[in-house]
Design a protein. Sequence first.
Length: 135
Amino acid sequence: VQTCALPIYENGWTVIDILRHIIVSEKVYIIFLKNAIDPSIKIPNELNPSSYQSVAEYNSSLQNSSTSDTINQLREDFLKNQQALLKLLKSIREVDLKVQVNHHLINKNIDQFLDFMFWHSNHHLEQINGATKNK
């Protein structure tokens, strides 16, 4: 647990910060995927980049939106996201895979967006594994 509070990057992010980032990012990705499949599902203002002056302000707001500060809370949030994502993935039809996702950074079809989502999470989990392996 002590390792989780130690900064592992020059920007001062800790393992907990990275876990929060993964969890918040996945929450946002799920909302954008739902919106792509069904445009009547609105993206809440706090998750919509067009509600912010800059990408940096948006990212900062997202990072600060998670109040989870223990491993158990983070685990709960992570599992909720995974359940929501699994439900969503089961509902995606083959024709949906070519629908465009209008995300401010990843403007791709659902098939490509899913590839990015999984890469993003794995990328950060590898960072955590590398940081904690040496402790």
